[in-house]
Design a protein around this ligand. Structure first.
Ligand code: HEC
Length: 396
């Protein structure tokens, strides 16, 4: 019952996280688009009012006219919309989900004893320390003179996030390492909104309300942080879906794959930001596509060496019974699973035969099953599955 309720909580929080994430990233992409499409106002009166740029658009059966002021409008409007709760609620729901899946289920999802033999308490506290530490290091760097040259700074960020990706993959299960990488970048993004961008806007507003000219420094700081946020967006979105792609996170070089896909994501974003602003060189997008192609090509499965000696189905059955059925059953014995994970049930011979391809892929190719190798499957047993699968292929 408890596991069933946890599953429902998981469903609802994940749904919420997804919705708030769309609201946040959606509005953030929209505002960048808007900023990059501003044109000189057509009406001289608008210019006099201090409007620096405008955009006309049509959407949902109506015409919209957005104007951006060079500094602040005078008088200030009574009602100002702020965009902050989208970010905060994405972070809160994301952290809750992280706790629910990876901390409550640490033995299953967070820890992989073949990667690092951590206790539950060490694993959870290191994960939290890495997320918090990521923000602290990043924030100090942004405030240091290193942040002055954007190119140098981009290189430093690339280097540090690569170290982060590598380090996480040495400590946690591949799946958790990817999620924690996303959680660290996502935390930086939300902390940028919370600690830098929103307070900066509040300072500007307060100065205007006092009738003073606002100090440009907080605005510039906020701008730098929102530029970083833009380039973190696509890597974080990749990580959110990476759960579904065991071929990436379970790979021997999972950290390198994570870095390469993140760089490709950032490059694609660089291209789109430039394209909104006018003519853009396609180079970043081309490099991103080439990078993804290289990653995919180098991960391509090599044909398995032919193994002598057939195995009997009874041997396969024994392996599955011993290593898989505690979770993959109509009535799983494992307390964490009220129902067979992803509906994969391996109780009967027919079910096993029907899932041969998936069993082979999960237990032999990617080795993500048994998850966290909780049932301690041996290499010999994987070999049995592999030979069985090859003989099925050969007889086809
Ligand atoms: C401790 C529980 C547990 C054990 C033991 C276990 N699995 Fe799984 N299995 C899971 C979970 C959890 C998932 C869902 C993973 C996800 O959400 O991506 C899963 C998913 C799968 C899938 C579907 C993967 C997909 O993405 O389509 C297959 C196939 C599978 N397991 C096969 C096996 C085989 C074969 C074994 C034994 C060698 C095994 N599992 C042992 C928990 C387990």
């Amino acid at each position: 019952m408890e596991a069933f309720l946890l599953d429902w909580l998981n469903l609802l929080v994940r749904w919420l996280h997804f919705i708030t994430g769309i609201a946040w990233i959606g509005s953030s992409l929209y505002f960048i688009w808007l900023d990059n499409h501003l044109e000189v106002p057509r009406d001289a009166a608008d210019m006099e009012k201090g409007v620096g740029g405008e955009v006309w658009s049509v959407h949902g059966g109506g015409f919209y006219h957005a104007q951006k002021y060079k500094s602040s409008p005078s008088p200030l409007p009574e009602k100002l919309h702020w965009f902050k709760w989208e970010a905060y609620s994405t972070w809160l729901s994301g952290m809750f989900l992280l706790g629910l899946v990876y901390f409550v289920g640490a033995e299953v999802y967070l820890i992989d004893r073949s990667v690092a033999d951590l206790s539950v308490a060490t694993a959870i506290s290191s994960a939290l320390a890495i997320i918090a530490g990521g923000w602290i290091v990043y924030d100090l760097l942004c405030k240091s003179p290193l942040a002055q040259d954007p190119r140098v700074f981009a290189l430093i960020l690339l280097l540090l996030s690569s170290v982060l990706a590598w380090g996480l993959c040495q400590l946690f299960s591949g799946r958790a390492a990817y999620i924690l990488f996303g959680a660290s970048l996502g935390t930086i993004m939300v902390a940028n909104v919370f600690f830098i961008i929103i307070p900066g806007q509040k300072q500007m507003l307060a100065a205007v309300q006092r009738g003073e000219t606002p100090d440009p420094a907080p605005g510039l700081r906020a701008k730098l942080r929102s530029v970083h946020n833009t380039y973190f967006t696509l890597p974080v979105l990749f990580v959110m879906t990476s759960n579904h792609y065991a071929m990436t996170y379970s790979h021997e070089y999972n950290w390198l794959i994570l870095i390469a896909i993140s760089v490709a994501g950032a490059l694609i974003r660089i291209y789109f930001v430039a394209r909104h602003a006018g003519k853009a060189s396609p180079l970043p997008a081309v490099v991103a596509v080439v990078l993804l192609a290289i990653v995919a090509a180098s991960m391509a499965p090599r044909s398995a060496p032919a193994h002598a000696g057939a195995v009997s189905f009874a041997q396969v059955r024994n392996v599955i019974d011993a290593r898989c059925v505690s979770c993959h059953s109509a009535a799983p014995a494992h307390p964490a699973f009220p129902a067979a994970p992803l509906g994969v049930m391996l109780d009967t011979d027919d079910q096993i035969r029907a899932e041969a391809e998936r069993i082979y892929r999960q237990a032999v190719v990617s080795k993500v099953m048994p998850i966290g190798n909780l049932t301690a499957m041996t290499d010999e047993e994987r070999e049995i599955i592999s030979r069985w699968y090859q003989s099925l292929k050969d007889s086809q």
